[in-house]
Design a protein around this ligand. Structure first.
Ligand code: SAM
Ligand code: SF4
Length: 337
């Protein structure tokens, strides 16, 4: 079969990375991500695991090299291991160079070893505080000890761990150095993320929560020697290494400095909507393409190609002048962070 031409967007960016949200549900209710009483999608709207496998496989045939599974909490989706098992065939064949996931860590005691056995090499674990009470405040429903056990299970299973921490003003500011120290001792990379205006929350909340990574970096440099690294994952993170610990620190700065020009990704929701940008409404309906003719994927391929041809230049998130602009009504758990 002739190899399809690569997915290239109107700004000459090659799309090689797919994020897949496998569920909008979660066992936590983080204050910056969900409201306490979330309305979840009806089950019939979700792509089945077979449909998710089909879309991912078509993307791989079209040139996607990296897939990150996310959510909601991906590990609470029923039979999720069956899905990972299926997709891992593309790792074995070499068509896919990386399959990873982003998780809140709550289910890793159960899943770390089976995931590692399937060829998954790394995992991003979201953790915003090392203080049990604060953890409860942020996640509303989570327990820090359970997550820390999950983190250790991932380490023991041989998975490379990256800790994702949302920078939250007045919440985890005073834990910054402790995070760097802990990650350094454990051998974990660490990425800080600026809080983005996703979901229907009060404007004041966002501005109250927002801690610019420019400020955070300035604070870090009071105690650690940061050396900029030239590596890029084609994503929005920029990396430095910490001389004292040797670990890598990433900075995801959609607000204080956006790096959309190097964006290489698209995002599939659990209902089969394809978003070409986290911060824009533009989408494509892949579910109907899948369901109209499940045997033949010509329509699915056409929709993917035409979606990539409409990929916007970048997001419009902005908090300057004490105002939130570029707000997205959909939650991060729907699009998949
Ligand atoms: N449940 C998993 C987790 O928490 O890692 C995966 C999904 S979660 C939506 C993915 C990432 O998005 C997490 O690291 C989370 O902290 C981040 N996130 C959620 N809402 C966000 C927001 N409004 N701004 C910035 N990051 C956000
Ligand atoms: Fe759940 Fe992750 Fe959102 Fe927290 S950030 S509520 S763990 S989906």
């Amino acid at each position: 079969m002739r190899k399809p031409s690569p997915l290239i967007d109107p700004f000459d960016r090659t799309i090689s990375y797919l994020r897949v949200s496998v569920t909008d549900r979660c066992d936590f209710r983080c204050v910056y991500c969900m409201s306490e009483k979330m309305q979840f999608l009806p089950k019939k709207d979700l792509l089945t695991l077979e449909e998710l496998d089909k879309v991912c496989s078509v993307f791989v045939e079209m040139g996607i090299k990296k897939i990150r599974i996310t959510g909601g909490e991906p590990l609470v989706r029923r039979n999720i291991l069956t899905f990972f098992e299926g997709i891992s065939r593309h790792l074995i064949s070499g068509a896919l160079s990386e399959l990873t996931l982003t998780t809140n860590g709550s289910q890793l005691v159960k899943f770390a070893k089976p995931l590692s056995d399937l060829g998954i090499k790394r995992v991003n674990i979201s953790l915003d505080t090392l203080n049990p009470e604060k953890f409860k405040e942020i996640t509303r429903w989570g327990r820090l000890d359970q997550v820390l056990e999950g983190v250790q299970a991932a380490k023991s299973a041989g998975l490379a761990v990256k800790i994702n921490t949302v920078a939250l003003k007045k919440t985890n500011e005073n834990e910054l150095h402790q995070f760097v120290k802990w990650c350094g001792e454990e051998g974990f990379d660490l990425t800080f993320i600026e809080v983005m205006p996703m979901g229907d929350f009060g404007v004041e909340d966002r501005l109250d929560q927002y801690w610019s990574l420019k400020d955070l970096r300035g604070e870090l440099e009071k105690r650690w020697t940061l050396e900029d690294l030239s590596i890029s994952t084609g994503g929005p993170a920029r990396y430095s290494s910490v001389k004292e610990t040797g670990q890598k620190i990433g900075f995801i700065t959609p607000l204080s400095h956006n790096f959309c020009e190097s964006c290489n990704r698209v995002r599939l929701t659990c209902t089969g909507q394809l978003f070409m940008c986290l911060g824009q409404e533009e989408d494509a309906d892949l579910r109907s393409a899948l369901r109209i003719n499940s045997k033949n994927d010509i329509l699915l391929r056409q929709r993917i190609r035409s979606a990539v041809a409409r990929k916007p230049k970048g997001h419009d998130f902005d908090y300057t002048r004490q105002k939130v602009t570029g707000q997205m009504s959909r939650h991060m758990s729907h699009t998949g962070g």
